[in-house]
Every structure is written in C-alpha cells, then in structure tokens.
Ligand binder design. Structure first.
Ligand code: SF4
Length: 356
C-alpha cells in the first residue's frame, strides 16, 4: 500500500495530524471531566497504552474549566468535545484546549461559529468538524442519501470556516453503518484538502465493535484515506487504542508491541494450542517492542506456516520446537514451552533481531 491521500497537516498540541505524519491514534476519556483526578488517571493509562491524542467531553462550563487543571498533569494533547453550546468551545479555548471537536448539526448559527473560529484562529487551535449521521438536522436535505447529507453538511461548515479565513480543519463523517461511513469518506476525500479523522460511531461491545471498526476504518485506510483514527467501543478506552493499533499493524501502517501469530488448531494438534496462545499473549503484553511471535499446533506444518515470525513455537506430543524465522533452534518438553519461548524472545531482543 503506497498511496496516501494528500492532506494539509495540522498540529494538535505536539502531534501532527495529516500530511505524511504517521496515522495518529486517539481515544476519549470515559470519566466525568469534572472529576479531575479520575480524568487525569485515565489519560495516563491511555498514554501508557500508546494513545497519542485524547478527547474529553465538555457538557457544561465546569467541565470546560476543568481542562485547565487536567492539562497541568496530562501530557497528551487535549481535545474538547463540544455539542449544543458554542460558549463552551470559547471557554475550552480560553483554558488551553489543544483542539476542538464541534458537531455542526447542533453547535449554533453563523455568528456563534464565527466567534469560536476567531478564538481558535488567534490561538492556532484546530477544529474538527465532526459530522455524525445520527445528529444531522432533520430538515437538512431530507431526501438525499445519508452519506451525501453527511458530506454536504461538512462541506457547508467547511465553506463557512474558509469564508472566515480559517483552515486549521479536520473532518469526520461517522455513522454506525459501515457502508455509509465508507461512502461518505470516499465522497469527501478528493473534494477537500483537510486531514480526515476516521471512526465508526457507536460500534458496540468489543467483539462486534472491533470487527465493525476494523472493516470500516481498514477499508478506508487501505484506500489511502485517513490521518487519525478513533475506535469507539463500549469498553475501557485502552481497548480502543489496542484495537486501533491492531488495525494499523495489520495494514503495515504503524508498529507497536508484539504481534501474535497463532494457528487455529486442528486435528493434528497434540497440545491445547488455544490455551498456550492465550498464555503467550498474556506474557507478550509486558513487551512494548515490535516482534512477531508464532504459536503453532504441530511441528509438521508449524515452522513453515509461520516462516515470517521472528520467534515461534511448534508443538508436538509432549514437547515443542522453538524456531526462529522458520528454522528450528531447540526442542523442549511440554511443561517448559512457555518459559523456553519467552527466553528465546528475550535473546532475540538482546541480539537486535528485528526489534527497533
Ligand atoms: S499448525 Fe498444525 S495444528 Fe495448527 S492448524 Fe496448522 S496443521 Fe493444524
């Protein structure tokens, strides 16, 4: 995959979004923003798991003012998520938000938006025009297809911001319906030069939500569309970040932490491959460097099938073979499989291997 849609980069605090910057991973806190300690703690957890930009809900003035204290302890760029009241956007800017997300369906009239744009421009703070399929005004092009309505709503807002001489813009066009989302981003991609924030909104619980997000975000990224992603799951936000990286890793767009290759198991397996893979995965969570580790159920096919793994294990009856890059390097008894695999991973890491 070599093509990437060209966009004008914008800065969100210390992170560049768009241009040729790596596709940024973002999430949103799920705490009450006014609970400053809880919000700071969650931002720290997000930072530890690789999140690069964090958004906080700003439902009222107190939440907007909390941004000031949160920013003192949080090192991730902070985006204020605003609905309904443009004055909250002004308040968030005043206390140092690094970015704004506005919902054009409900944020206010031209005059009110002009006030927000003027304040953002003065501070060089970007604004994301975050169109959501569910909150389009009912009277906005009611007969047009949904994807078209979303795009036209965004284009209208972009025109307004451009008329105010403002171009620190990002766009998102999120729907729960995956084909609608893909159509909407596809339609807008060559109409505007601004970075695109991708997401499938309200994607659901982790299992189904991960699939929906991976399909929607993955198809767009594969088409070269998208500059930052947020996976929306009914789960702890670190799960969103984990899934976001798995999507990026599977397309070869970013690297973070180990990748586990494990066979599905079949009638040839002579150990419990699923339990072993789960145990290895648990251990790999402690490693932050990129390494590809394979867990294969049989010696006959295992090493060959996982040839591109850095280190792996192929199980046999009562024992297992440790391999590197498809070549068997040692054989160990079944009760030492995990221990031997972890030792091999450590030695691979110390020798340099493919770890960077
Ligand atoms: S690696 Fe062996 S056990 Fe695993 S699926 Fe392939 S043939 Fe079956």
């Amino acid at each position: 995959m070599t093509y990437r849609r060209i966009s004008i980069p914008v800065r969100v605090g210390k992170v560049t979004v768009g241009g040729d910057a790596p596709i940024a991973v973002q999430s949103m806190t799920k705490t009450d923003t006014c609970d400053i300690t809880a919000t700071i703690n969650q931002i720290k957890e997000l930072e530890d798991c690789g999140c690069e930009i964090v958004r906080v809900a700003v439902p009222d003035k107190e939440a907007a003012e909390s941004i000031s204290a949160i920013k003192k302890s949080a090192s991730l760029p902070l985006i204020a998520d605003i609905h309904f009241d443009y004055r909250l956007a002004l308040a968030a800017l005043q206390v140092g938000a690094d970015g704004l997300r506005l919902n054009p369906g409900n944020i206010g009239n031209r005059e009110q938006i002009a006030k927000v744009v003027a304040a953002a421009k003065e501070r060089e703070i970007p604004i994301r025009i975050g169109v959501n399929a569910g909150s389009l005004p009912a009277d906005f092009e009611p007969d047009a297809p949904l994807a078209e309505r979303m795009v036209n709503m965004a284009l209208e807002e972009i025109k307004l911001m451009e008329s105010l001489d403002f171009n620190l813009i990002k766009i998102s066009l999120k729907a729960f319906d995956v084909p609608t989302t893909i159509q909407a981003y596809g339609m807008i991609a060559d109409k505007i030069p601004y970075p695109l924030h991708l997401g499938i909104t309200e994607a659901g619980l982790p299992q189904a939500g991960t699939v929906r997000s991976a399909v929607g975000i993955g198809i767009l990224l594969y088409q070269g569309i998208g500059d930052t992603i947020r996976v929306s799951l009914s789960a702890h936000p670190c799960e969103e970040v984990f899934v976001a990286y798995e999507i990026l890793k599977s397309l070869g767009l970013r690297q973070r932490g180990p990748t586990l290759v494990s066979c599905p198991s079949c009638g040839r397996a002579e150990v419990d491959v699923i339990a072993l893979a789960e145990a290895v995965d648990k251990h790999l969570k402690k490693i932050s460097k990129p390494i590809k580790v394979a867990v294969m159920g049989c010696v006959v096919n295992g090493p060959g099938e996982a040839r591109d793994a850095d280190v792996g294990i192929a199980c046999g009856k009562g024992k297992g073979a440790i391999f590197r890059k498809g070549e068997v390097v040692s054989t160990v008894s079944e009760d030492h499989l995990l221990e031997a695999l972890m030792a091999e991973i450590n030695s691979f890491s110390l020798e340099g291997g493919s770890l960077e």
